[in-house]
Ligand binder design. Structure first.
Ligand code: ZN
Length: 498
């Protein structure tokens, strides 16, 4: 294979994998939105054929030869080609070191585990899920040891979800958050609580759908390339920069649930839609990592969506759609959506207590992967950490250790990227303010300058740079969690008036 043939092969491999992923993703999306229950049988068959073909394509002889030829002349490649070779080598290393039969068995384990976890959560009985989680933890420890025997297994998985992330980084990051946030939470708890009754007004579902359309127009989401649909658990799925779908769920007596989920998923969608045309149809044509993705979604949801400027802008629209809100005012809305109360459930957590939910999971995952905790001890350890960090008593496993699906999907090491994303967002806002006034843009109803700034600094690069390189350049320096704690303190002072 000549050098030029190998370059052509690389482009070809990327395009074909893109097409397989596109097709598989669309089937998955249909499965969790419109498809009736019984359709899973044929969808499962098609998906397993597609997955097998994808595996052969990306690990086959031709792919390996392509990487070997290109690897010898990296200097002559474009930056995008070099990055693709690097990413493919990493993926190939995993596949070549983990025996195929073990990997297939693991996928089957995860399949079973998803069902058992759901049942265990419904019955609030961790012991049902325990034997599967034991196997998942054992497999994760084994795979890490096979692929990178010299690396700490938890560092291996952290890096898998957020390239470059380590325990050393997380330890220092979380320690800084704890130092500032724990006393701040105590201050908030001792203050007079805002009236949050407006969050429970009856907001008709068709009017909430109108609100979603208004929010998508506010975000400047291109309706030709992005659509909203409903599902059980809101998420975003990106097929390409030309096609992103976001989802939400409406609750008649909790309108802010769908309101903020639309803004959150809209942030993910803006990022995907803003990736550079040059990277389309390759794996670089998407957001670079979970942490950077959450920095965008949580930026729009919290830093923009829960800002005073936005609450004032949205208020007349909210009252128009739900006249019952007319008894309150924009200030009451601003205070209510920023009220902080430590609770049991991560996805319902307010901005202030959110990262403490992540720290609980971080400590437990690490102990599991290091073999320092047994899976059977998890509920007890979970409940003790919730008491210690959030001051709440966990009544049962469904509201405790069984609440998230991540571990049942084999994702140990995924959670810290959520907290990192929130902190990135606050520093991005500070950086943005050096150039223009984002609050004024929000207040005017035209968010274009904010989108343009993020598009220029983050979105356009897709997966070209590593997450830490990308953020260092966008932030104009090192990451500093102090921006996040300062942001939270300033907001709590305003909301709680201390
Ligand atoms: Zn998200």
């Amino acid at each position: 294979m000549t050098f030029e043939e190998a370059r052509k092969n690389l482009r070809d491999l990327e395009l074909r994998e893109f097409a397989f992923n596109h097709a598989a993703g669309m089937l998955y999306f249909d499965g969790v939105t419109a498809a009736p229950k019984g359709t899973y049988v044929s969808r499962g068959k098609t998906l397993s054929v597609l997955n097998e073909e994808m595996y052969k394509l990306s690990s086959g002889e031709a792919a390996q030869e392509t990487l070997r030829v290109l690897g010898e002349r990296l200097d002559e490649l474009t930056p995008a080609e070099r990055r693709l070779v690097q990413l493919r080598e990493k993926a190939l290393r995993f596949r070549s070191r983990v025996p195929m039969d073990e990997y297939v068995a693991y996928q089957e384990l995860l399949n079973e585990s998803a069902t058992v976890w759901r049942e265990a959560k419904e019955k609030s009985d961790f012991t049902l899920f325990q034997p599967l989680l034991e196997k998942i933890v054992a497999a994760n420890r084994r795979f890490a040891g096979l692929v990178e025997p010299d690396k700490d297994p938890y560092d291996f998985w952290l890096d898998n979800y957020e390239e470059g992330m380590t325990q050393a980084f997380c330890d220092s990051f979380f320690a800084k958050l704890r130092e500032k946030l724990v006393p701040l939470m105590a201050k908030v708890a001792a203050s007079e609580q805002p009236d949050t009754s407006l969050l429970g007004v009856r907001f008709p579902l068709d009017k909430q759908a109108e609100l979603s359309a208004w929010l998508m127009r506010f975000l400047r989401l291109d309706p030709e390339r992005c659509a909203l649909t409903t599902t059980e658990h809101p998420f975003t799925i990106d097929f390409s920069r030309h096609d992103v779908r976001i989802t939400t769920k409406y609750h008649e007596n909790a309108f802010t649930s769908s309101m903020f989920s639309v803004i959150h998923e809209g942030g993910h969608a803006l990022y995907e839609l803003g990736t550079g045309e040059d990277y389309a149809f390759t794996q670089l044509g998407r957001g670079v990592s979970m942490g950077v993705h959450e920095s965008q979604s949580r930026f729009y949801e919290n830093i923009i969506g829960r800002s005073r400027a936005f609450c004032e802008l949205a208020w007349p629209e909210l009252v128009r759609l739900c006249p019952e809100l007319g008894r309150y005012d924009a200030e009451a809305f601003y205070r209510a959506v920023n009220a902080s109360k430590p609770g049991l459930i991560r996805i319902e957590a307010d901005e202030l207590s959110y990262s403490l939910h992540i720290m609980v999971r971080y400590e437990l995952e690490r102990a599991l992967l290091h073999g320092e905790a047994k899976v059977s001890e998890l509920p007890e350890r979970w409940n003790a950490l919730y008491k210690q960090y959030l001051g709440v008593d966990v009544p049962d496993d469904a509201h405790g250790v069984l609440q998230d699906s991540h571990w049942s999907g084999g994702d140990l090491g995924y959670f810290p990227s959520y907290a990192l994303g929130s902190a990135y967002g606050a520093q991005l806002m500070a950086r943005m303010r050096e150039g223009f006034d984002p609050d004024a843009a929000v207040a005017s109803g035209d968010i274009t300058p904010v989108n343009a700034w993020l598009g220029e600094c983050i979105w356009q690069y897709g997966g070209l740079k590593t997450p830490s390189e990308l953020m260092r350049e966008a932030l104009g320096g090192d990451f500093d969690p102090g921006y996040y704690t300062d942001y939270l303190e300033a907001k709590m002072r305003e909301v709680y008036r201390f």
